[in-house]
Write a protein that binds this ligand. Structure first.
Ligand code: HEC
Length: 253
């Protein structure tokens, strides 16, 4: 029991430290993997904007049909890239060699990234790209400094730069402890508007992260549903066992 408790506590502290990054302030977000509309929207953003470079090689397109509330025809229409089969795994057409040549590093497989980085990190990452002429591709990121990935959904968000007062703001928030709500608007200034306003863009990113969280453990959808039946069974079984016990002891007395 003590060991079990210890490992649960150990896991919790691991999640917190992984989510916290190296002293980076992250933006709060609520992720609900049971929100089918969010999953569908996130999957579309993923196949439109990410699959070009990243794979999610533990996931088959076919599985998305049941899990995301789509029919197989809808998966074909909305998610399947040209030339791919439903039974294929979600693999990128870009080879690791080409990625390394273009970006200086491979674009990692994203199947488990939500577990490795945490949902808050991912959400904050996509809100924290800013224009930086000193970088080869013109982009930098406060959550992942000097990342070699460009801001691939900039046309949705627009272009932002680091706000002049960002550093002092960040210091104030750091002093305020973890409780204070850290706001992207404190840190960045939008210099070119995108196709979406700030609220719409945050929703797009939230949906994308919801899909990444689902991707990191697809069976969590079934596991949670199964859990309800297991509890119901246990409750029923307790009642049955109680009556059975009463029945047996009746003869013994
Ligand atoms: C143009 C190619 C390209 C596209 C498109 C792209 N990425 Fe990346 N991505 C990269 C590269 C290269 C890296 C490695 C960055 C590094 O390590 O410096 C990366 C890194 C990442 C990381 C950090 C992984 C880690 O844990 O270190 C995440 C998360 C990520 N990408 C998510 C996405 C998502 C989600 C999309 C779609 C919205 C996307 N990427 C689209 C090239 C791309």
């Amino acid at each position: 029991m003590a060991m079990l408790l210890g490992s649960i506590l150990g896991m919790t502290s691991f999640t917190v430290s992984a989510a916290g990054g190296e002293g980076v302030q992250l933006f709060p977000v609520d992720i609900n993997v049971f929100d089918t509309a969010a999953l569908q929207q996130g999957a579309r953003t993923f196949t439109d904007y990410c699959l070009g470079c990243h794979s999610a090689s533990y996931m088959r397109f076919k599985r998305l049909a049941g899990d995301l509330g789509y029919t197989e025809e809808e998966v074909e229409r909305y998610l399947l890239p040209a030339g791919q089969e439903l039974t294929n795994t979600m693999t990128s057409s870009m080879s690791p060699e080409l990625a390394t040549k273009v970006f200086g590093t491979d674009a990692p497989d994203l199947s488990l990234v939500a577990r490795a980085r945490g949902e808050q990190w991912l959400y904050s990452y996509f809100l924290s790209f800013y224009k930086d002429e000193e970088r080869a591709l013109g982009w930098n990121n406060t959550v992942f400094p000097n990342a070699s990935m460009p801001h691939v959904i900039w046309e949705l968000q627009g272009v932002q730069t680091l706000a002049q007062h960002a550093e002092t703001q960040a210091d104030e928030h750091a002093d305020g402890g973890h409780g204070g709500h850290f706001n992207p608007a404190d840190q960045f200034e939008l210099i070119e508007t995108g196709l979406q306003d700030a609220e719409e863009y945050q929703r797009t990113v939230q949906d994308l992260v919801t899909f990444l969280v689902y991707l990191s453990e697809p069976s969590q959808l079934q596991r949670h549903q199964l859990g309800i039946w297991v509890i119901l069974f246990l409750a029923l079984f307790t009642v049955l066992a109680w009556f059975l016990k009463a029945e047996y002891w009746q003869d013994i007395h």
